[in-house]
Design a protein around this ligand. Sequence first.
Ligand SMILES: [Zn+2]
Length: 419
Amino acid sequence: MSSTLCENAIAVGRAVQEDRLWSNLMEMAKIGARDDGGVNRQALSLEDREARALLISWARERGYAVAVDPAANLFIRRGGDGDPVLIGSHMDSQPAGGRFDGIYGVLAAFETLVAMDDANISTQRPVELVAWTNEEGGRFAAGCTGSISWAGVKSLDSFLDVVGADGVTMRDALEETIDATPDIDRRTLGGAAHAYVEPHIEQGPVLEARGLQIAAVTSIQGLRWYRVEVTGEAGHAGTSPMEGRKDAIQGALRAIVALNELMLDPTDTVRFTVGRMEIEPNSPNTIPSKVSFTIDFRHPDEAVLEERAGQIAKIVAAATTPCSATVTQTSASKPGVFPEHLVGLIEGAAQGLDLGVMRLPSGAFHDALFVSQACPSGMIFIPCVKGISHHPSEYSSPEDCAAGARVLAACAAQLALEG
Ligand SMILES: [Zn+2]
């Protein structure tokens, strides 16, 4: 059920200025700008440092307190006492990324702080912008290292020896980035928060198709990744009789067809992808002796993930006979379900601001999935054109960017005012 927000919270939402937010977004997009209109601002790179410096300079002009933790998560705090209301997202991009993924949430959070100044609101709790480090994982594989270590899901130490695509360790890149801002406060990793709200572009086509500006995100789906290896027997394509062949690619194809049947879902909620396949010896006139392929299986309900994933090995074994097969799980994460009081708050804020809103699960990972293990968390989605993301042509209109920032500002105010 959606909640009704107080007048002051709605007033903060209305104080968001579309032009100011847009000009900050476009200013930030110059850092790491690509010729094709996208940005390349990878985690802990020179461009990331430049973007941080710009944001810090804006925060200084406004008199906000700025701090960094050992994971290089950046915090910008406005007023209040006690556990903060955290708002934000990430500043890093994919190597051929767009101008909105991540940075939109950080700048919508900055606009929220400024809108609170403009609306002359002092809140009981602090409202704190957070920019999480290395969400994308493009430079340092396995993303979300900032939010994961802040929430205590895994230790920061477990990431320090990761070597980036350019040969630099995460340990060195973190040190360089933190040292680049010697004049801001240092704080320890973690800490309590009253709530976390993350605005983000949808990275999918639903809002645009429905003509709505806001989604109150209900959950982030969980996933299971597998590597399947099918072993057959090589042979001459011309001389080996069809009968008695152990053709690994035919076995793999039968397995994929059978898995498609397992993953059938009339509600179109299951996501099942075979994205990579390797064939040995990969020769046009040799029967393949070995085929490996990946499975990416996602769903918002852990019970469904468990139940269907539990059948994969048996189905693969039956379908690949007379070849042999192994199925190895390579990654697993549980779905994150956002608490109703925050989903309802986001929905209520949109309604209070006369913005079209729907509830929607998130298909992609976000920092909020991990932060939600440490404090109540929620997400706001805005439309992006054709659902395109992780691509230079990624685009959200100034109006939609402002709509999401208004909802964020109203929610943050409501959470920080109520103490
Ligand atoms: Zn993102």
